[in-house]
Write a protein that binds this ligand. Sequence first.
Ligand SMILES: [Zn+2]
Length: 327
Amino acid sequence: MGSQKTKKEEQLLIQELKDSLSQSIDNEFSEAQLIQFLQANVWVVDDAKQQLMDTVNWRKEMNTDRLPVATKHNKLPLLVACRGYKYIEDANFSVQPELSESVIRIANCIGGDCFHKFDKEGHPILIDRTGYHNTKEMGNNVTTAEITNYQISANEFLNRVIMPEGCERAGKPIHSETIIFDCTNMSLWQFHMNAMYHLKAIAEIVQHYYPETLHRLFIVNAPSAFVVMFKTLAKIHVLGSNFQSVLLEYINAEDLPDFLGGKCTCKHMPGGCVPIIAQKSKDKFVATDKNDKVPTVYNSQIMEAAIHDDELCKLSPESMPSTTCYD
Ligand SMILES: [Zn+2]
């Protein structure tokens, strides 16, 4: 990616960005945030500044800071299953009255997703049963607005509830995740056109407003066509069926599910490490009349309450990690 910068050159560019921002905007930014946006823009200060300002404006317009996120204290239901974290209890997705009807429809299309522990460097791991996604249903029965809201809420949950623990573990700011796509069960019909439009909409939001949040992506059990199709980027490892030793370089065996070559089984949870969402229609999640038909992930009452209630939006002050995570 272009010419490598020395530490000294980087420090100068960080300071230049900081000075330039202070003339245009009141917000305070951590050094980690400045670096994140500089890296996303190959260290071009003007571009990094533009993207940061766009992000601040977008967050203001969308009121993103007031989106509710599930924590151990507020007991909001999870959007994505979680295993092994301090600030959120282990749980699977289930139908709860606080959720919207749209998020239940989305959950029925997702093959199985789980935030599962941390890698060796302190980055949270998201494991995705990509091969079990019902992309056709996702394309036809879910709107772009619904899937976009879902993605934003999942990002906010990750940043506010799981990343702080990653920072504590690593002893430095952590803002990116390690993702494992397991292609087991994948077939060509999953490349459904409408689903691809959704994917494009999501990718645009993530690239623009959550830059540099991918630490590493492993695509395992990849069909051979896939291995050829993907460009070899340092961050992306496309692996066939012999992936175990590669994953174990980055993730401790006790933190990696056994079906991916590790030792974890999460026996204490129904479905184990990454529950596969029901494939048969009789086993699907069913919304009730408590689940509002709104495009947000939680029902209207929760969304409105979160505007004034900090408890619904962030970790409680007593559980906040030390400030070292944010510089
Ligand atoms: Zn596990």
